[in-house]
Design a protein around this ligand. Structure first.
Ligand code: FCB
Length: 434
């Protein structure tokens, strides 16, 4: 077996996708609350107002994690729950919630793995320009410090940002995520400001808690050429530079990819002297989120691969690309230890008449992808943990509650949780390898 005995086996969630309680106990409005309530943005007009009601049911959810034998739990804190307007006076009730959650996790022997920003910017900061305003990076660092002061005595793993590529481009170029803007140049400005914010928050965390493990979570969709031609290879490489390499290049090599330089050149004073050194500070780990690959033709169009299996998201199931990605990242960058911070699949699960949720396709997906991680480790890649996305079926952003990624089924009408076959399988796997 390639997995160390202290390998962190866990599951992941995000505040906005599970907590609900969007206005409870003094929580401020986030850009996702606002987006959800804007007609036409979310499938079926659904919202995250209640989601899995985890804010009120966290004890039950931690008990579930314990029953599954999870060693670690990756979750995010909602900025607007602890700082309703993003800065200024903290909301004690919000801080108390995370305090209780962390205590419950530790009592269950589950390592908390905390993400500070999983997309839910306080609206008050959006009104100041959001991530287009460099100052927001400073407010982010203050927020990080607040959380470290409150939880740093018990939380060891700190993640600054989740998937900054998605934040910048789905939120500011494609407009399918909050705040729903469509401006490519703005997306590059946001890219740079997110990286600066990451650098500032990293400094703030380390200043208060030198023993903290600090990292960032990046998403990767490997891009493979359909044809073995020079043109097709070049097209695939350019897409990779503009997507996959866009964040690791500045973070681990202190420069941006060549392919994005023309866009950055139009940003004027956004890039300031010293920024790249701030961005490329040493990290303790990097989180890798992997779901699928893209196979592209000479025009750069992602195509369906004949014979391949596709999930409910329309994402191809292809585990070998995962091993290859990890090996390639380790080869191309001098990376710190890697945690797989998200990996999983959505399928149209149903509760059978006997009350069981049979999800053999998810079991296969997890088995193959965990094996792919094992193969990467065997090839010398330093992977220290794996988090299934997700613990629970939850509010899948613009898809509302229509896509089920959980290893635990959520019955939204009653808030009953049912461990799926994949959850039972994962529990057995952890018990066996751990
Ligand atoms: C990732 C997000 C996560 C979830 C999965 C399916 O991009 O980080 O919140 O939506 O995709």
């Amino acid at each position: 077996m390639n997995f160390a005995t202290d390998f962190l086996w866990g599951a992941a969630t995000a505040a906005h996708q599970i907590e609900g309680a969007w206005q409870a106990d003094g929580k401020g409005e986030s850009i996702w609350d606002r987006f959800n309530h804007t007609p036409g943005k979310i499938f079926n007009g659904e919202t995250g107002d209640v989601a899995c009601d985890h804010y009120h049911r966290y004890r039950e959810d931690v008990a579930l994690m314990q029953r599954l034998g999870l060693r670690a739990y990756r979750f995010s804190t909602a900025w607007s729950r602890v700082l309703p307007t993003g800065r200024g006076a903290p909301n004690q009730a919000g801080l108390d919630f995370y305090d209780r959650l962390v205590d419950a996790l530790l009592a269950a022997n589950i390592q908390p793995f905390l993400t500070l920003y999983h997309w839910d910017l306080p609206v008050a900061l959006f009104e100041l320009g959001g991530w287009s305003n460099r100052d927001v990076g400073h407010y982010f660092a203050d927020y990080a410090a607040l959380m470290v002061k409150r939880l740093g005595d018990r939380v060891r793993y700190w993640t600054t940002l989740n998937e900054p590529y998605v934040i910048a481009f789905l939120g500011h170029h494609l407009g399918v995520h909050a705040p729903g803007l469509r401006d490519e140049l703005l997306a590059f400005q946001v890219t740079h400001h997110l990286l600066v914010a990451h650098g500032l928050a990293t400094q703030a965390i380390r200043a208060l808690l030198p023993s903290a493990q600090v990292g960032i979570v990046l998403d990767f969709t490997p891009v493979e050429p359909l044809h073995d031609s020079e043109t097709n290879r070049l097209v695939a490489e350019t897409i990779w530079q503009k997507t996959g390499a866009l964040f690791p290049d500045p973070l681990f090599r202190a420069h941006y990819p060549l392919a994005v330089e023309p866009m950055l050149a139009q940003l004027g004073t956004t890039l300031q002297p010293g920024d790249l050194a701030l961005i490329a500070q040493k990290l303790d780990y990097v989180g890798v989120n992997f779901y699928r690959r893209h196979v592209v033709d000479e025009q750069g169009r992602a195509l369906a691969v004949p014979g391949s299996e596709y999930t409910e998201m329309g994402w191809e199931v292809h585990a070998p690309a995962f091993t290859q990605l990890l090996v390639q990242l380790a080869r191309d960058y001098r990376l710190p230890p890697i945690y797989i911070t998200e990996n999983g699949a959505a399928f149209p699960d149903v509760v059978d008449a006997d009350g069981r949720v049979r999800d053999p396709r998810r079991v296969n997906y997890l088995r193959e992808h965990i094996a792919a991680v094992g193969d990467a480790i065997a090839r010398g890649v330093d992977v220290r943990g794996y988090f299934v996305w997700s613990l629970l079926d939850n509010f899948e952003w613009a898809f509302g509650c229509s896509k089920r990624f959980g290893i635990v089924y959520t019955d939204y009408a009653t808030q009953r949780r049912i461990v799926k076959d994949s959850g039972e399988w994962y529990a057995r796997w952890i018990a066996q390898v751990g």
